[in-house]
Design a protein around this ligand. Structure first.
Ligand SMILES: [Zn+2]
Length: 252
């Protein structure tokens, strides 16, 4: 009788697991989203990695100053504007081998693209910002990524964003915006060199835990109209903060 009593709740629990039908996960790479059936809370049903112990974003709190950290070592050049609507965000894409690189803790990572989230994904001591930009860099064999996150607070018009923000293609896979002019993403970064760093994941499926995060401490500003340009196309495309699970957050 005792064994039966213990076993019963387990059976009930397993029969209540949602979406066990693998058909739910067919084409998940194109059906995931930020609300409804395939919202962030259920990504791990189809992708176990999204339920891992080192997921991103997180709330940044309790960061420890690390004297071994150095100012970020990046080399970014003028590059032609190429803005693509990826469905879940707008992405500014770089040619492979363009030579826009970041060196972190002895390894070189090449800048592949940057993209936008409204609202911010990372929070700092619980504070969320209006927007967050992710500069995605990969190492030579593309097994590891370094993502530099830049928080955006509502304020003055941002002159860097002004070069393309009104021209995001309105629908997924439509023709990229390529005006033939060049910009340097270094002009977008905050002057303050401070940053937080921790080990985490991609914040979108497949949620791979291969990312060293470099979140700049100082936000940059963009106007309410500029933030709305992104928000009106992609609505809320920020994954909620994930459990830190004892990970160390270092700061420079
Ligand atoms: Zn992102």
């Amino acid at each position: 009788m005792l064994l039966l009593g213990l076993a019963l709740p387990v059976l009930v629990l397993s029969s209540c697991l949602p979406d066990e039908d693998p058909d739910e996960c067919v084409d998940f790479d194109t059906t995931w989203g930020y609300e409804g059936e395939h919202a962030p809370e259920s990504w791990d049903i189809c992708l176990a990695d999204c339920g891992g112990g080192s997921q991103s974003p997180i709330d940044i709190t309790g960061a420890v100053p690390d004297p071994d950290l150095a100012p970020l070592d990046f080399t970014y050049h003028d590059e032609p504007i190429k803005l693509v609507n990826k469905g879940h965000t707008a992405e500014f894409e770089y040619e492979a081998g363009s030579g826009n690189v970041l060196v972190f803790e002895g390894e070189e990572y090449e800048l592949e693209q940057f993209h936008f989230h409204t609202s911010s994904e990372h929070t700092v001591a619980g504070q969320q910002y209006e927007m967050e930009v992710h500069l995605v860099h990969k190492n030579a064999d593309k097994t590891k990524a370094v993502v530099m996150g830049v928080l955006i607070a509502q304020g003055s018009e941002n002159p860097f964003l002004a070069t393309f923000i009104d021209h995001i293609p309105p629908t997924k896979s439509s023709t990229p915006y390529e005006p033939g002019t060049e910009v340097n993403v270094a002009d977008f970064l905050p002057a303050d060199p401070g940053y937080y760093t921790y080990g985490g994941s991609l914040t979108t499926p497949p949620c791979s835990e291969v990312v060293t995060w470099l979140l700049r401490k100082a936000p940059v500003e963009a106007s309410a109209e500029q933030i709305e340009r992104v928000h009106e196309l992609f609505e809320f495309n920020n994954r909620p903060v994930q459990a830190v699970n004892g990970r160390e957050i270092r700061e420079f």
